[in-house]
Design a protein around this ligand. Sequence first.
Ligand code: TXA
Ligand code: MG
Length: 301
Amino acid sequence: MAIPTETVYGLAANAFNEEAVTKIFKAKNRPSFDPLIVHTNSLKKIETFVEGIPEQAKKLVSTFWPGPLTILLKKKSIVPDLVTSGLDSVAVRIPNHPMTLELLSQLDFPLAAPSANPFGYVSPTMAEHVNAQLGEKVGYVLDGGACEVGVESTIVSFLNEKPRVLRLGGLAVEKIEALIGEVEINQHSSSAPAAPGMLKSHYSPGKTIVLINDFSLNNEDNNAEIGAIVFNTPLENIPLENQLILSRSGDLDEAARNLFSSLRLLDQNPNIKTILTEYVPNEGLGRAINDRIKRATAKKD
Ligand code: TXA
Ligand code: MG
């Protein structure tokens, strides 16, 4: 079943039931080395399946949960290895969506849920996106409207002494640091990453998507076939109707909200062959947006 959250839609199953979790991996065509986030609605429930919650983590979650924050903690054996890809840590989050919180409050087990997209593709921010991409593979989509944040949660590891951000996401690093002090940020993109969402060419749509600076318009190009996703100002020489503006007022939260649906729209527009895009200011949610843009424009192997 697909569930709405404030970040993106998730494809959910009983986290304690291996058979159910297997179905998630199958539906997404997700490699088994990529572990899942476990969702629930209370710290009390989380305490039943993790070894302990460090003080700094407690501080962070008491401020930002429910919200776009995932933390990594040592797991208890009740969490199947399948969920964590054999790691001894588990990623947990209390999402902020009224329907999903209500659902979670009625369950006596947590829900393992990756983003509800085929592996490697852009995450869904509307129920329609889930239906379009996973269709019959999903029994039921709980339609909670458009996601308010629009990019996946920020993942912070508390496995070592110093908290470390493994994935930039819907909670700005600035807000985290204001509360618990400086954190380390993982910037690597190897093939055996600590958080495989960090694979270099993740979030890529099907079409060629390139950074504006890496692209030169020449005479042979038919500009009518070029689309663009820009921050706040349309590009010259490209038809306006082919351009999606993430936020006219230059608001990074609004830009994050619009990013994935914009990628989708242009990717599905049969008149457009190439998508141009650009980085946004690298602060607040701009850092998560730039991370996704970097991956979407990375060359596929
Ligand atoms: O906003 C979100 O986080 C959404 C919604 C549905 O909650 N979920 C999401 O899940 O983005 P997914 O599976 O697309 O991304 C989860 C990331 C993956 O990159 C995975 O590798 C990482 O979390 N992860 C999960 N468990 C981990 C663990 N034990 N150690 C390291 N990374 C982990
Ligand atoms: Mg994902």
